[in-house]
Design a protein around this ligand. Structure first.
Ligand code: GTP
Ligand code: MG
Length: 360
């Protein structure tokens, strides 16, 4: 899926695959010259559809694998409940609620979800528990629907993405994964090490920048993060970069400090690139469960968040938190992290995600 709507450059491998598919589809057509153009555009549409299906399958496999622990804590346990209780009575609904709460869906969201499933089951006059799973999957898909990967980026001047979040949430790793995605789409990326709190943070980002093959703008440990951002913006303009991604410090003890540091960075961005930052991505660690919700509220108030990156879904049974995020916060989930590697972050697709969570 292209991160940029405005540009849809493909890499050499994708171009080769596309060319081959185009040939395979066109060959049996044996068309007259006069019809060739029309046939070509049909063939191209078929190729697009084929590529879309392929990338969805890849995404599905990645999500399914990454969600294995959440799958057993959520759909696995719901399945057990369905097996053991044939009837949809009060006990059934109570136990369903319990399972959802234990999978970190959150009390309010669990109550809301059970109520919706109950209503739908009644409306469709379903009394047998075996049909409930697909209703749950549908309601979950509906709940997640506000999420989506499209980033609001702009043409011509560098788009700025600020990445914020508490200590250890996965900011630096997610920045590397984002840079890797952009690079695969032939975008010119620059990173800024505005987490100057400790030398190790700068070194860590440097290692990732080298691995991905993108430039990093950095200063010494303890330097003013605003100065790093200023230099990074100048570099991004000079190199005609498409995207500048800014790493920020997570070790902020209280809301006042957080606001001060982040608003200082924002001011510099706004002065240099008036429309920026185009995105403020909040990184939340799925393993922290319900804590993620309170963190999001604090960051939302301090900085105005435009999207969430939910990390470490692979290591946790608490993946149900994504439902609480979707229903209790009005911030779309844009990416999910399912591992520590460069390729282990994917644009969030509610449809595929719900399917990966519930399909047997
Ligand atoms: N399993 C797994 N581990 C992850 C994921 N994302 C990040 N991590 C790991 O989480 C740890 C912390 O990640 P960082 O990227 O350093 O987190 P940070 O928010 O930059 O941390 P600070 O700079 O200390 O504030 C690292 O060991 C990462 O490899 C993920 O999606 N899955
Ligand atoms: Mg970091």
């Amino acid at each position: 899926m292209a991160l940029f709507k405005r540009k849809n450059k493909k890499n050499a491998k994708e171009n080769a695959v596309e060319e081959q598919l185009l040939q395979e589809i066109k060959e049996p057509m044996q068309v007259e010259n006069s019809e060739a153009d029309a046939q070509t555009s049909i063939a191209e549409a078929l190729v697009d559809e084929e590529l879309r299906k392929k990338s969805k399958t890849g995404l599905f496999d990645k999500f399914k694998q990454g969600l294995s622990k959440t799958r057993s804590s959520l759909s696995g346990r719901i399945n057990e409940l369905i097996q053991s209780s044939k009837k949809l009575d009060e006990d059934f609904w109570e136990e369903l609620e319990e399972i959802l709460i234990q999978a970190d869906v959150g009390v309010n969201t669990s109550l809301e979800l059970v109520e919706k499933v109950k209503q739908t089951a009644r409306k469709r006059k379903i009394s047998d528990s075996s049909e409930v799973m697909s209703i749950i999957a549908d309601e979950v898909r509906e709940m997640l629907n506000d999420g989506g990967a499209e980033l609001k980026l702009q043409a011509h001047t560098p788009s700025i993405i600020m990445v914020v979040g508490v200590n250890g949430a996965g900011k630096t790793t997610s920045i590397a994964k984002l840079a890797y995605m952009f690079k695969n789409e032939q975008q010119r990326v620059i990173l800024a090490a505005a987490d100057t709190f400790r030398a190790a943070a700068i070194d860590q980002l440097q290692i990732w920048a080298d691995r991905v093959g993108v430039e990093l703008i950095k200063h010494q440990e303890g330097a003013d993060p605003g100065a790093v951002v200023f230099d990074a913006i100048s570099a991004a303009k000079a190199r005609k970069a498409d995207v500048l991604i800014i790493d920020t410090a997570g070790r902020l003890q209280n809301k006042t400090n957080l606001m001060k540091e982040i608003s200082k960075i924002r001011k510099i961005i706004e002065r240099e690139i008036p429309a920026g930052p185009q995105e403020v991505l909040l990184v939340l660690d799925a393993t922290t469960g319900q804590n993620a919700i309170s963190q999001a509220r604090i960051f939302e108030e301090a900085t105005g968040v435009t999207g969430i990156v939910l990390t470490k879904l692979d290591g946790t049974a608490k993946g149900g938190i994504i439902l609480a995020i979707a229903s209790e916060l009005k911030i779309p989930v844009k990416f999910v992290g399912v591992g520590e590697g460069m390729d282990d972050m994917k644009a969030f697709d509610p449809e595929v995600f719900a399917q990966a969570l519930f399909e047997e």
